[in-house]
Design a protein around this ligand. Sequence first.
Ligand code: 1GP
Length: 253
Amino acid sequence: MNSVYQTLCDLKDRRGGGFLLLLDPDRVPEDRYLSLAEAAEECGVDALLVGTSFTLESRFSSAVERIRLKTTLPIIIFPGSFAQITPHADAILFSSLLSGRNPQYLIEEQVKGAPLVKQSGLEPIPTGYLLIESGSLTSVQYISGSLPIPRTKNDIACAHALAAQYLGMKLVYLEAGSGANGSVPNEMVAAVSSYINIPVMVGGGLRTPEACAEKIEAGASFVVVGTRFEQSKGFSQLREMAAATHPLEMIDV
Ligand code: 1GP
């Protein structure tokens, strides 16, 4: 069986880009995240990310277990801390916050989490996680106590991304932060994507199909959207955003 990582890469090749829906059990009522999980595959979502940067959910594991019952899509943990490791998912973005200089998120959480990942049988996807300035203070900046990379400094973003690649990571995540005012600039996505040869994932502040399409056009392999779907009823926007992320399948829309 293909790994989750390989499945995502194959999907990207086939559809032109991958669309990941982020479910945050801390912030979203249970009926909403479960109905999103149930509708996701039919709407064109390629995989689910589940996690949060600020854990209030004491029963994260059972939330993931309930999501599992609603979908056969890959479920990937997007952890805010080692406490969000559960065997009910398929994989985990085993991330290091490389743009920061806080040892807790560079290596300490990873040391605590690694044995739990092994025990749980989760597939670790080594990910270089880079925070990009978004115009306002985001939860992930505040919680991690780390400075984001300035949004006009493509050279700094590229150097961090290349370091991730040379450290053997399989993915670079350019993160503006959940609910960010401004998403990662297209110019930065283009600069980083052309500078490294591992896939780039972009998230934070993406609210329209056009915004998703622009990131893919700039060279991103995957986009992540969460906040946009936390409140809204219905799924038509979800379908449209997933479709815009799949340029090789536009003909089917
Ligand atoms: C957050 O990148 C993700 O970590 C998604 O961001 O909630 O703004 O879509 P949004």
